[in-house]
Each structure stands twice: as structure tokens, then as C-alpha cells.
Ligand binder design. Structure first.
Ligand SMILES: [Fe+2]
Ligand SMILES: [Fe+2]
Length: 121
């Protein structure tokens, strides 16, 4: 059975995602940041999805679709990291940050609530 305390990983990983997204707009820019972000986001999404599957979460498919959109957009938008100007990186970073905030305070929160409620049953 999944315990509430085990969901601490979710907050920790969200903080890490915000840090990587913030690095996109820093100077000097390390192109590896974009790969790191893709790798880390994949890892984070896969873990959330594994929990959803284990708990038979009713909103699982729409939540996975949201993750897929992020994965796809991040891949497309970071296709040519060497050609990115500071302005482009700033807008990419802002876009990802806004997306992540909406996702975390929206569907991730709903999922968290579901986990807490299923523990009380
Ligand atoms: Fe998340
Ligand atoms: Fe999520």
C-alpha cells in the first residue's frame, strides 16, 4: 500500500523540474540542461503514471495525455539548443514554468488528493 509519506518524492521532483527550467534562461547557457530536463521530466512522469496505474486512478488517461503534450512540446521546442538566443530561452523557460505550475496546482493536486483519500478507506 502506498503511504502518504511516499508522496514526498513528488514535491522534491517538482522542485527539481523548476530548477532545471530556470537554468534554461541563465547565462552562460549549458545546452545539456535541455536534455537533462527531458530526462528528468520523463522519469518524473513515469513515476506518477506508475502510481496512477497501481491505484487504478480514474483520471489516469487524461493525466497521461497532459504529460505527453509536455514531453512532445519540450522535445520540439528544444530541438536546436545551439541556435537559441537568450530571448528564445527566456520565453521557453517562462512557457514551461507556467505549464508546470498549472499542472501541479491542477491535475497533480487532484491526484494527490485521490491518493490521500484512498489511504483513508
Ligand atoms: Fe508532477
Ligand atoms: Fe503529473
Amino acid at each position: 500500500m502506498i503511504k502518504t509519506s511516499e508522496l514526498i518524492w513528488q514535491d522534491t521532483q517538482h522542485q527539481m523540474l523548476f530548477r532545471l527550467i530556470d537554468d534554461i534562461r541563465q547565462e552562460p547557457f549549458q545546452v545539456s540542461v535541455l536534455e537533462e530536463l527531458q530526462y528528468y521530466a520523463d522519469h518524473h512522469f513515469a513515476l506518477e503514471e506508475a502510481y496512477m496505474e497501481a491505484l487504478d486512478y480514474p483520471q489516469m488517461f487524461s493525466h497521461i495525455r497532459a504529460h505527453d503534450r509536455f514531453r512532445k512540446e519540450l522535445k520540439q521546442l528544444s530541438a536546436r539548443p545551439h541556435e537559441m538566443s537568450l530571448a528564445v530561452r527566456q520565453s521557453l523557460s517562462l512557457f514551461l514554468e507556467e505549464w508546470l505550475k498549472r499542472h501541479i496546482f491542477g491535475v497533480d493536486k487532484e491526484f494527490e488528493q485521490f491518493v490521500l483519500e484512498s489511504e483513508q478507506k
